[in-house]
Design a protein around this ligand. Structure first.
Ligand SMILES: Cc1cc2nc3c(=O)[nH]c(=O)nc-3n(C[C@H](O)[C@H](O)[C@H](O)COP(=O)(O)OP(=O)(O)OC[C@H]3O[C@@H](n4cnc5c(N)ncnc54)[C@H](O)[C@@H]3O)c2cc1C
Length: 460
């Protein structure tokens, strides 16, 4: 630990802000964190409703590729709370059919052979034309996806002629699950990057779930780690404006009018919130900040439904191309602590959590209308087991601006963690790092921002 006596004010208590609080406290900085909500965790937050049931901002799957997240979880002793599921991706279709991509425990790319030859849905011809489209990816590796950022994934797929069925049934739910945006909007770079990671790293597409609520197994322990080491946390403290004078940030004005100052400022806010606290003069002065207006958040809705019976025994993440539930899971199977309803055991019965997307057109609908759409979707995927099933409880969370929208040509506007202002730094899933806007991305951005702040402090 360095005892450097320098202070850092962190705005935002999501995964990026909390990770930075840990990293900077470990390095001997005096850390204060402001969070506008009464709870921490941002997009990975969870809370108990009035009936004692955990509600989550959204289903969070832990991808095998997020090494930086697992390093962090080991450091705070919660890694054992990730329950790794069988290495397979299952797609459920309207009418009750499904198909599965399995993998083998073999070095890359042989691990993908069963997915290509034995998924029992796509023909060998379809998989062959798809495999051909990946030749540039295999040859140029990580250099290839950035060169395709100008195209939507649909446009890229059309150029490579691998057929509508693969696009609609496999890649539509994948795009919606990853970034809540459909293939005709999402940049080809994102899907190609993820495909490249799945191709190169055998465990990258393996999924894990937490044993229970993120608040208990990730967010709470992460905050407690830094609090116990002297970091100060202020919930319900919304930053209103960064004060900027003489080429430096001089303080932060809060919504209640208080002004706080520190040696360094780290904004770990979603990009739409960052845009509100940046002074207009700074945006006009520096294109680095002015460009951030180009990054927008994607809407998404999370729905939970408890049924009076088990609809599926599947203990893993599930995808569905047909309807508005591209990715979902039966938490009563995946998440042991969640076999409960209103304080009573909910065993042998389903408790689904759905990511509902694309959500743009659905945001104005009532809770009842959205639940009805989701309920009809899930019944169409499981016509036999859902017959006569009754809904015991449903909940809904609308997030108008969630992760940043990775549309074509947006990559160039993602900022680095270091900014042109010497005492102002950025962290968050939207900033430049390997994993996009994800838990891995939030942690990596915080690691990079903390390194930059340490470097700035050492340079004095
Ligand atoms: C429905 C859903 C499902 C997801 N599923 C997955 C998944 O399966 N796997 C995965 O890896 N990722 C998933 N993600 C993405 C992941 O949750 C995010 O990428 C990550 O949590 C972003 O963390 P962050 O700290 O950058 O931002 P945030 O979590 O948005 O944190 C920012 C914080 O800043 C606070 N804030 C905002 N304005 C102010 C202000 N003015 N003053 C003070 N505080 C402020 C916010 O309240 C928030 O707590 C999902 C996201 C959603 C919405």
């Amino acid at each position: 630990m360095q005892g450097n006596n320098k202070s850092v004010l962190i705005l935002g208590g999501g995964l990026a802000g909390l990770t930075a609080a840990k990293r900077l406290t470990d390095r001997g900085f005096s850390v204060t964190l402001l969070e506008k909500r009464s709870i921490y965790g941002g997009k990975v937050s969870s809370w108990k409703d009035e009936e004692g049931d955990w509600i989550e901002s959204g289903t969070h799957c832990f991808f095998g590729a997020y090494d930086v997240l697992y390093d962090l979880m080991r450091e705070i002793d919660v890694y054992q709370s990730v329950l790794w599921k069988n290495h397979r991706l299952t797609y459920t279709l309207a009418g009750g059919k499904s198909f599965t991509f399995n993998t083998w425990e073999l070095p890359s790319p042989l691990h993908l052979v069963p997915a290509i030859v034995n998924n029992r849905y796509f023909t060998f011809r379809e998989m062959l034309s798809f495999s051909k489209s990946l030749i540039p990816l295999a040859l140029k590796k990580d250099k290839y996806p950035p060169s395709q950022d100008h195209l939507t994934f649909s446009a890229w797929a059309k150029q490579h002629k691998f057929g509508d069925r693969l696009l609609e049934k496999m890649f539509r739910p994948m795009a919606l699950a990853l970034k809540f945006a459909p293939p005709e909007e999402i940049s080809a770079k994102i899907i190609l990057d993820v495909t490249e990671a799945f191709y190169r790293i055998p465990g990258a597409s393996c999924m894990g779930f937490l044993k229970g609520a993120p608040q208990q197994y990730l967010v709470g322990p992460l905050q407690e780690y830094s609090r116990a080491r002297g970091a100060r946390f202020f919930p319900g403290a919304a930053a209103e404006m960064l004060l900027y004078e003489g080429g430096e940030v001089t303080g932060v004005r809060l919504a209640n009018g208080d002004v706080l100052s520190a040696d360094y400022y780290l904004c770990a806010l979603p990009v739409h919130n960052l845009n509100r606290v940046l002074p207009v003069s700074l945006k006009q002065e520096q294109t680095f900040f002015g460009n951030l207006d180009k990054l927008k958040g994607v809407p998404v809705i999370s729905v939970q439904i408890w049924y009076d019976r088990q609809i599926t025994p599947e203990d893993n993440v599930l995808f569905s191309p047909d309807g508005v539930i591209p990715v979902y899971a039966d938490l009563a199977n995946t998440t042991p602590d969640y076999k409960v309803l209103r304080g009573k055991p909910h065993i042998g019965k389903s408790r689904f959590e759905f990511c509902v997307a694309p959500a743009k057109e659905l945001m104005s609908l009532s809770k009842e209308e959205i639940i009805d759409r989701v309920d009809r979707n899930i019944r169409s995927c499981y016509p036999d087991s859902s017959g006569g099933a009754k809904i015991l409880k449903s909940t809904l969370v609308k997030i108008p601006s969630s992760v940043y929208a990775p549309l074509p040509n947006m990559e160039q506007y993602r900022p680095t963690q270091r900014t042109p202002v010497s005492n102002l730094f950025l962290a968050g899933g939207y900033t430049q790092q390997l994993y996009y806007d994800s838990m891995g991305g939030a942690v990596m951005s915080a690691n990079l921002a903390s390194e930059e702040i340490s470097r700035a402090a050492e340079a004095i």
